[in-house]
Design a protein around this ligand. Structure first.
Ligand SMILES: NC(=O)c1ccc[n+]([C@@H]2O[C@H](COP(=O)([O-])OP(=O)(O)OC[C@H]3O[C@@H](n4cnc5c(N)ncnc54)[C@H](O)[C@@H]3O)[C@@H](O)[C@H]2O)c1
Length: 267
């Protein structure tokens, strides 16, 4: 296994990653495993988890735990189990999330509201809550939360009201906890990706959103960089690695956008 010595080195550390079996979580798992971290993946799809576990195991130690992060009992049990198996936790990537239903307010049901908020916001809260006692044992830790450009710098995806609200809530939560946990040497930072090439869109339900927002055209393209379309899970994985590592040890309570500048031109 190739590890790069220095500030990015995670040898001997253990990273817990929710939503780690696909997309951005998987990208981070690959980058962190390359730097020597043990990886604990949490996800809700056993087959996909096992496939990714096998893939990451070619680089380093990886274990997988099935849990729905909106179920506090299952989530706590998975996190405790991972900490017991590895003997420690150092890094938490609270990343699992869904787009949910994008629709006009009249069409969104209370159940749909609850589902998105339970996974994206309550799930993030509980992931951090249940992991912190394990991080404290190392007297040091790094927590990274995946929020989004939606709800923090972009408000033009009309219909994505609940998603955007959950993503804005994550930022407030992370900043509050950055101060509370910073005193215990546990940093909390946020990643806000723009459009990244994952399968998250497959699980998005668009209902009556056509013509809902303000019509806006960007003739020069959405990303103000040559030839750029969507970002990759490797690019976001490298950012998560940086925030997990000692290379970022003076960064706390920060929100980092990774969108090629998209949200600066498309608010
Ligand atoms: N892809 C993008 O363009 C983009 C942009 C901004 C933010 N994000 C955020 O990135 C994060 C990861 O999404 P992604 O794009 O990699 O998509 P993805 O669908 O590949 O990954 C999400 C992962 O979370 C898991 N998950 C969902 N609900 C869960 C639950 N209740 N319990 C356990 N696991 C659950 C899924 O199984 C999946 O593995 C999400 O929080 C998403 O909001 C994605």
């Amino acid at each position: 296994m190739e590890t790069m010595p220095g500030y990015l080195d995670l040898s001997g550390k253990v990273a817990l990653i929710t939503g780690g079996s696909s997309g951005i979580g998987k990208g981070a798992a690959i980058e962190m495993a390359k730097q020597g971290a043990g990886i604990a993946l949490i996800g809700r799809t056993p087959d996909e988890l096992e496939e990714t576990r096998q893939e990451i195991s070619e680089t380093g130690t990886c274990r997988a735990y099935t849990a729905d992060i909106s179920n506090s009992q299952l989530l706590k049990s998975a996190i405790d189990h991972a900490a017991r198996d590895f003997g420690r936790l150092d890094i938490v990537f609270a990343n699992a999330g869904i787009n949910g239903v994008w629709a006009p307010i009249d069409d969104i049901t209370e159940e749909e509201y609850d589902q998105t908020m339970d996974i994206n916001l309550k799930g993030t809260f509980m992931t951090i809550k249940f992991a912190v006692p394990h991080l404290r044992k190392q007297e040091k830790g790094s927590i990274i939360v995946t929020s989004s450009v939606n709800g923090t710098r972009m408000f033009s995806n009309t219909g994505a009201t609940i998603y955007s609200t959950s993503k804005a809530g994550q930022v407030a939560m992370a900043k509050m906890l950055a101060i509370e946990l910073g005193r215990q040497n546990i940093r909390v930072n946020v990643i806000c990706p723009g459009s990244i090439g994952t399968d998250i869109g497959d699980n998005t339900e668009h209902r009556n959103t056509k013509g809902l927002g303000q019509p806006v055209q960007y003739p020069e393209g959405q990303i103000p960089m040559p030839g750029r379309r969507t970002g990759t899970i490797e690019q976001v994985g490298r950012l998560a690695l940086f925030l997990a590592s000692d290379a970022s040890d003076h960064i706390n309570g920060e929100v980092v956008y990774i969108d090629g500048g998209q949200s600066l031109v498309q608010g």
